[in-house]
Design a protein around this ligand. Structure first.
Ligand SMILES: [Zn+2]
Ligand SMILES: [Zn+2]
Length: 131
């Protein structure tokens, strides 16, 4: 019996977990629940309304990701996931990767939320420029 958790599972996270049935089901449920809560879906970074097919989910916390006896489990609470366009998600990861303060001195959740907040300002001012 093993209950493997991050960071031990990190190596197989992209190749394994993100392609697992457990994750696909969790993702579908997250989008349904988000619509029930807010009536619509939107990208957390640019704040544009979007569909579930246009959005990816970013983990604020990996503690819900587990592998039990070789089977992936997706037990993330709703609050551990945020929806982002692939483009906005990429921007978030670039910020998280490059900013030492974000990557080292804060928890992933706080670092992500801080970076998302920064992106919201950046992307909002950008869309005003083009308006
Ligand atoms: Zn976006
Ligand atoms: Zn992410």
């Amino acid at each position: 019996m093993s209950n493997m958790r991050k960071p031990a599972a990190r190596n197989t996270y992209r190749t394994g977990f993100l392609h697992s049935r457990a994750w696909f089901a969790r993702r579908d449920r997250w989008f349904r629940e988000e619509v029930e809560r807010h009536g619509q879906l939107r990208c957390e970074a640019c704040l544009q309304v979007a569909t579930n097919r246009q959005l990816e989910l970013h983990h604020l916390d990996y503690s819900g990701v587990a592998s039990v006896d070789g089977r992936w489990q997706a037990r993330e609470p709703h609050e551990d996931l945020v929806a982002l366009h692939p483009f906005c998600h990429e921007l978030l990861h670039r910020l998280l990767d490059r900013d030492i303060v974000l990557s080292r001195h804060r928890s992933r959740r706080n670092g992500s939320l801080f970076a998302i907040n920064r992106l919201q300002h950046k992307l909002a001012s950008r869309s005003e420029d083009h308006a």
